[in-house]
Design a protein around this ligand. Structure first.
Ligand SMILES: NC(=O)c1ccc[n+]([C@@H]2O[C@H](COP(=O)([O-])OP(=O)(O)OC[C@H]3O[C@@H](n4cnc5c(N)ncnc54)[C@H](O)[C@@H]3O)[C@@H](O)[C@H]2O)c1
Length: 271
């Protein structure tokens, strides 16, 4: 059985993926928070992504990596820099030194958050990060590209929308991914033969999507779940909500509107 290191395994996505991947791999669960409930086929290794020595040690005997660890929302520069930028670099560099080629990276929709919801974007569109957090995900994706091109790594970046048991609001109707669909993409990232560098969107079969996930489908992704099953209930709950016009217009939602400074010159031009 393959040994797979999962960073950030103490977090929310880690909990879902532990359940979904149970029995398929030996999961080496890594986090800076101790995980005390390891089951059969799991072991815990404490490692802070900011510590290159510990990260390298955690990779000993590992066949592949699911990189979830990091600061998972918008934060101050210091926090994002350390966890997501230095942390991702430490992980990729340790993987190179330990000869671990296969890495699945939990990127985010916030790498693309400044696109309008009226636009359908795909894996080839240029990033438009909506936050320091989104910017760190663009860095993580490009880091993967560098390690593929220069050092022979094999990388899948999954731009996750929102992983949860069910979508919780109108925005999530577009970007939701069920735990089992996310697990399917992760398995593809770990097991597809001849993988070099791929970017896919981490969403289920969502009718209201803003993303053309043709690249994932080309690679064999067959999502099992559909956000539309929850649409009437969610839209009825939200009927009459005033909302935030900027957050509601752009893909990144409140990550876009937080700290946003309107540009009067641009506003004039579009009048
Ligand atoms: N949950 C989602 O819907 C979603 C959407 C888009 C992207 N993502 C990405 O997926 C990954 C997992 O998301 P999540 O929701 O489970 O986040 P989370 O915040 O629940 O978990 C992140 C984990 O990383 C660990 N961590 C943080 N800094 C660390 C460090 N320096 N060293 C070691 N471990 C560290 C934390 O202790 C935590 O357990 C994140 O990278 C996130 O950006 C998640």
């Amino acid at each position: 059985m393959k040994r797979i290191l999962m960073t950030g395994a103490a977090g929310g996505a880690g909990a879902f993926l532990r359940q979904e991947l149970h029995g398929r791999y030996h999961l080496c669960l890594s986090d800076r928070i101790e995980i005390t409930d390891c089951g059969p086929g799991e072991s815990f290794v404490e490692a802070d992504l900011e510590d290159p020595v510990l990260i390298r040690k955690s990779l000993s005997g590992v066949d592949g990596i699911i990189h979830l660890g990091g600061y998972s929302v918008e934060g101050d520069w210091h926090s994002i820099l350390n966890a997501n930028i230095i942390g991702a670099y430490n992980l990729y560099e340790a993987a190179r030194l330990e000869g671990v080629k296969r890495i699945v990276f939990a990127s985010s929709n916030h790498a693309m958050g400044f696109y309008d919801r009226n636009e359908t974007i795909n894996h080839t569109d240029v990033p438009r990060p909506d936050s320091r957090y989104g910017l760190s995900k663009v860095f993580g994706e490009s880091l993967g590209q560098l390690y593929v091109d220069k050092y022979g790594a094999e990388v899948m970046n999954i731009r996750i929308g929102n992983v949860a048991e069910r979508p919780i609001d109108a925005r999530r109707l577009a970007i939701w991914i069920s735990p089992r669909d996310l697990a399917q993409l992760v398995i593809m990232g770990l097991e597809l033969p001849d993988l070099q560098y791929e970017v896919v969107y981490g969403m289920s079969d969502n009718k209201r999507a803003w993303w053309d996930n043709a690249n994932a489908l080309r690679l064999g992704y067959a999502p099992q779940d559909r956000s539309e099953d929850y649409a009437s209930e969610i839209l009825a709950q939200e009927a009459g909500n005033l909302g935030d016009p900027l957050a509601d217009r752009l893909q990144g939602g409140v990550f876009v509107s937080t700290e946003f400074i309107p540009n009067p010159a641009k506003a004039k031009l579009s009048e």
